[in-house]
Every structure is written in structure tokens, then in C-alpha cells.
Design a protein around this ligand. Structure first.
Ligand SMILES: Nc1ncnc2c1ncn2[C@@H]1O[C@H](COP(=O)(O)OP(=O)(O)O)[C@@H](O)[C@H]1O
Ligand SMILES: [Mg+2]
Length: 255
């Protein structure tokens, strides 16, 4: 069964007397282990689509299903619980909490989920190690580089063991080398931990890493392509087909 189904999703924004049709009937599915990129020029509807998938926004028409369960019809609380339990989010602008240190930032979703202090501290440490920031736990976000901050955001997105991580232009504020390293890390986590990723980008250099590409144009799917994902500088082998068995990755990648 797909982890995620987007079924004929429309979104119309009304600004005074003007209607903006941001999405005009978008459909696709994401399988477990997928590494899918939503690509298209600025204004084509990427953020609108990812916000609807994350239940941050509602479609005007159509439906999103997570593990077969429609997002619509759930109360706000259920939606919040579902998001916390099954999805992780990575945003373009990092969205770290400046007054909290790195460990506390990564722990934060577990506080909301009511996980006990010792357990959540341990889990946060594991994730910080997984993104190669072991020595930075007590630092504040403003003491880190852009690439390091985005790694913290990835650790935070993964801390409650989601099956699906949604990333809206995760490399948009990074130089291309750092962006490549962030994709290498996501690829490694996709292969080693079998987390499905959906990330948007308008950067051809970044979309090379995807297993599948959904091309958005003016609020419609203009095409879906499968491709052999580019290998990354990380040395982790890019995943095979979405249905393949996860294999252990190379140790000690240093994005
Ligand atoms: N909150 C909003 N209110 C009105 N129009 C919006 C809003 N958010 C996005 N739009 C419009 O919807 C279209 C798609 O925007 P967006 O999803 O942000 O595209 P992308 O992320 O691909 O740049 C654009 O025309 C944008 O101006
Ligand atoms: Mg956007």
C-alpha cells in the first residue's frame, strides 16, 4: 500500500475578488522507501502541495490519504497526532528555536508527543550523531553554519521515527556543495532507515538525487519520471527501486 496518496487535489486561494488556482487536480502516490522530488518553477504550487500533504493546509477539492486514511474528516487534534506520529517536516528556513540548544531543538517534537525526558534525550542524541553533529549538542543554532542548521532540522524531522519526511526546498538557502551534502544525508537515511522522502526543489542539480520526479506546472502534474538517482559525495549507495530491501549504508559519511 502507498504511504501517501494525493488524489485530485485542488487548491483555490481567494484574494478579494480574485481567485488563484494554485493546484488544479494533482494526483500521485508515494510508496514505502520512495525518494521523490516535486519540481517546477517558483509559483507552480510546490509549497501549497506540501502544506496540504502535511495537513498544514486543506485542499479545496480532492483528498490526501496517509496509509489509506484520509486526512480530511479528522479533527484538528487527530490531524496533529497523525502528523506527529507519521511525518517529519523540514522547511526551507530551518525553523529552529533560537533560545534552545541543538539537543533541545531535536527533542522538541518528543516533548509535544509526551515522551519521557530520559528517553527523549537519548533519542535526540542518537539523531544528532546520525547527522554528524555529536559535538554540537549544547550549541545554539546561531553558532552553526547553514548546512549544520539544516542537518539539525533533518535530525528533528526524524526524531519521532516517521515513515515519511516532507521537505520544502530544503537546500534553497544553501550553496550548491552544502545542498549536495544535505541530499547525501537524506539519501543515506532513505537507504539505511527506510524513511520515505518527498522534497521540492527547482534546482536541476538537486533533483538528480531523486528516484522519482513529479513535475508540476501551473498547478498540474506535467509528468512523472523514474530515474537512476545520482550517487552523492557521501559515498552512500543511492537506493534501488522503491520496493527494494534496505541495505546497510557505508559507515562514517561526513556531510
Ligand atoms: N496564502 C496564499 N494566498 C494567496 N495566494 C497564494 C497563497 N499561497 C500561495 N499562493 C499562490 O499560489 C501559487 C502557488 O504558490 P506556491 O505553492 O507558493 O508555489 P511554489 O512553492 O512552487 O513557489 C502562486 O501563484 C502563489 O502566488
Ligand atoms: Mg515554495
Amino acid at each position: 500500500m502507498p504511504v501517501l496518496e494525493v488524489a485530485d487535489v485542488h487548491k483555490t486561494y481567494t484574494l478579494g475578488k480574485t481567485e488563484i488556482h494554485a493546484l488544479k487536480g494533482v494526483s500521485f502516490a508515494v510508496s514505502p522507501g520512495d525518494f521523490l522530488s516535486i519540481v517546477g518553477p517558483s509559483g507552480c504550487g510546490k509549497t501549497t502541495l506540501l502544506n496540504i500533504i502535511g495537513a498544514i493546509d486543506q485542499p479545496t477539492l480532492g483528498e490526501v490519504r496517509i496509509d489509506g486514511e484520509p486526512l480530511s474528516g479528522l479533527s484538528d487534534n487527530d490531524e496533529a497526532d497523525m502528523r506527529l506520529a507519521r511525518m517529519g517536516f523540514i522547511f526551507q528556513a530551518f525553523n529552529l528555536i533560537p533560545v534552545l540548544n541543538i539537543l533541545e531543538n531535536v527533542e522538541f517534537p518528543l516533548i509535544l508527543a509526551g515522551v519521557k525526558p530520559r528517553e527523549r534525550r537519548e533519542r535526540a542524541r542518537e539523531l544528532i550523531e546520525a547527522v554528524d553533529l555529536t559535538d554540537y549538542g549544547t550549541h545554539k543554532p546561531d553558532e552553526l553554519s547553514g548546512g549544520q542548521r539544516q542537518r539539525v532540522a533533518i535530525a528533528r524531522a526524524l526524531v519521532n521515527d516517521p515513515e515519511l519526511v516532507i521537505a520544502d526546498e530544503p537546500t534553497a538557502n544553501l550553496d550548491s556543495e552544502t545542498g549536495g551534502m544535505i541530499l547525501a544525508l537524506m539519501q543515506r537515511l532513505n537507504v539505511e532507515q527506510r524513511v520515505s522522502f518527498i522534497f521540492s526543489t527547482h534546482d536541476p542539480d538537486i533533483m538528480r538525487y531523486a528516484k522519482r520526479i513529479v513535475r508540476l506546472k501551473d498547478g498540474l502534474v506535467a509528468g512523472v519520471d523514474e530515474q537512476e538517482p545520482a550517487a552523492t559525495a557521501d559515498g552512500a549507495e543511492p537506493g534501488g527501486p522503491a520496493s527494494g530491501v534496505g541495505k546497510p549504508g557505508s559507515p562514517g559519511g561526513r556531510p
